[in-house]
Design a protein around this ligand. Structure first.
Ligand code: MTE
Ligand code: MO
Length: 226
C-alpha cells in the first residue's frame, strides 16, 4: 500500500532488532509452533494450534515505522490476514462478546499492547510467519508476529502468543509508561503517545535510537553465544 512519507520519520537501510530496553534480553521459549491463545470476553477460551491452518496465504510489501522515528521501507511479509483469522477462526470458535473491541496482544517476551478491533481488521494487518522470503527469525518475531503497517512499530507485537479480548482498557497494564502506549498509534496522525504531541515525542525519542539498537543487537549476540 502506498502512503505518503510520515511526519518525523527517517529512513534506515537496515532493520534493527528493537524495543523497550527491559525486553532486550528476553527471548521466546517457543520459536516454531504457531500456537495462539485466545482469552477474555469470549464464550470459549481457546488455544489455536496452528494459526495458518486453513487460511489464505498472503504476501505484502509494507513500510515499518518505529515510534522513535526510524523507518524501514519495503519489508516483504508472509502470513495470514488478521481479518481472515478473526472471521474464520476466532469468531466461530471463541465467540467473542460483540461489545468487546479492545484486544490486548501479548508476546512471549512480556511485550504487550492494545489494538482496537476496527484497526486489526484493516486488510494490511497480518499475522506473519515469514519476512523477505525466510521464516521469521527470533530477532524479528518468531514464530508469529503481528504486522500493522499503519501503526507505530510497538503495535506489531513479536512472538505473539496470547490475545485477550476486553470491553475497555481498565484491566491493561502497559509494559512501559502509560504515555508511551497510545491506544491507536496511527502513524499518519502522528499518534506517538498518549497526552503528548507527536512532534515533542519525536525529539525526546530520537536520541534513544542508536543506543537502543546497539543494546538489542548485543543481547541477541549474547543469546546466540550462550
Ligand atoms: N514481543 C515484542 N514485540 C515487539 C517489541 C519487543 O521488544 N518485543 N518491540 C516493538 C518495537 S518498539 C518495534 S519498533 C518493533 C521492532 O521490530 P523488529 O525488532 O523486528 O525490528 O517491534 C515491536 N514489537
Ligand atoms: Mo519501536
Amino acid at each position: 500500500m502506498n502512503r505518503p512519507w510520515p511526519a518525523g520519520q527517517r529512513e534506515r537501510s537496515d532493520f534493527p532488532r528493537f524495543g523497550l530496553l527491559q525486553l532486550a534480553h528476553r527471548f521466546p521459549a517457543e520459536t516454531t509452533r504457531r500456537e495462539l491463545r485466545i482469552v477474555g470476553a469470549v464464550a470459549n477460551e481457546l488455544v489455536v494450534d496452528d494459526v495458518l491452518a486453513g487460511l489464505p496465504w498472503v504476501e505484502q510489501v509494507s513500510d515499518f515505522h518505529c515510534v522513535t522515528t526510524w523507518s524501514r521501507r519495503g519489508l516483504r511479509w508472509g502470513g495470514v490476514r488478521f481479518a481472515d483469522f478473526y472471521e474464520r477462526v476466532l469468531v466461530p470458535q471463541a465467540k467473542p462478546q460483540a461489545a468487546a473491541t479492545t484486544f490486548i496482544l501479548r508476546g512471549q517476551d512480556g511485550a504487550r499492547t492494545t489494538m482496537q478491533l476496527e484497526d486489526l481488521l484493516a486488510p494490511d494487518v497480518l499475522i506473519a510467519t515469514m519476512l523477505d522470503g525466510e521464516p521469521l527469525s527470533v530477532a524479528h518475531g518468531a514464530p508469529l508476529r503481528l504486522v500493522a503497517p499503519a501503526h507505530y512499530g510497538y503495535k506489531s507485537v513479536k512472538h505473539l502468543s496470547r490475545i485477550e479480548i476486553c470491553s475497555d482498557e481498565t484491566g491493561f497494564r502497559p509494559a512501559a509508561f502509560r504515555f508511551m502506549d497510545h491506544p491507536r498509534a496511527r502513524v499518519a496522525a502522528e499518534e506517538r503517545g498518549r497526552g503528548l504531541p507527536g512532534w515533542l515525542l519525536r525529539h525526546l525519542y530520537r536520541p534513544l535510537v542508536a543506543p537502543t539498537a546497539r543494546r538489542f543487537a548485543k543481547a541477541m549476540e549474547d543469546c546466540r553465544d550462550a
